[in-house]
Ligand binder design. Structure first.
Ligand SMILES: [Zn+2]
Ligand SMILES: [Zn+2]
Length: 196
């Protein structure tokens, strides 16, 4: 595992800036991996799966440290709006969830009163604060299904309404009809033009 400073340099290069959220994400991932006994995330890449609960700065850093990526199915996004992540060791089945403590923000801002910029004060504080002050750590169990794991698709069906293919059991059954989630009424978009 690299140091916080090494990860911070990489994070700022790939995310475009260094911010408190990145520091939080880096430390969150480092803590989660250590709790799982994983010292080298690069070596452990194949056995590691991470759930992130927010689509903000911290998530990019979690992905950077763990090497887990959406396109490899090793990064799962669950939209809870929380600065939290769960790290799963696929080899042992062990999992830990690390969540940022709400009190950490105020504590951080109070630590460097001399810094005029409160976001800078927060960033500097997040570098040095104790893990216990920053995070709450839980041992959890994650019910992973085979169709959620990396590797080739387990199934592929065609939606009877739009004709598009659906991988890995994400279809919906309405009576005898297999539908994609969109056609089953869960669409996040409305078609304006194009398609079929
Ligand atoms: Zn950021
Ligand atoms: Zn469809």
């Amino acid at each position: 595992m690299k140091t916080l400073d090494e990860y911070a340099a990489l994070a700022s290069a790939s995310h475009g800036h260094l911010c408190a959220g990145q520091i939080l994400g880096i430390r969150m991932a480092m803590l989660g991996l250590r709790a799982l006994g994983i010292d080298d995330p690069v070596k452990a890449r194949k056995r590691l799966l991470t759930y992130v609960e927010i689509d903000r700065c911290a998530t990019d850093a979690v992905s950077l440290v763990t090497g887990c990526r959406l396109g490899k199915r090793s990064l799962k996004f669950v939209d809870y709006g929380k600065v939290a992540a769960t790290f799963v060791d696929l080899e042992t089945g062990r999992a830990v969830r690390v969540a940022a403590r709400e009190e950490a923000r105020d504590k951080a801002k109070a630590m460097f009163p001399a810094l005029a910029d409160p976001t800078q004060a927060q960033l500097q504080a997040y570098r040095v604060m104790e893990n216990d002050d920053l995070f709450c750590l839980q041992t959890v169990r994650v019910n992973l299904k085979p169709q959620d794991l990396p590797g080739r698709p387990h199934s592929r069906v065609r939606c009877v309404q739009c004709g598009e293919e659906v991988n890995d059991g994400r279809e919906r059954r309405q009576g005898e009809r297999l539908l994609c989630r969109s056609c089953a009424g869960e669409a996040y978009y409305e078609v304006v033009t194009g398609g079929k």
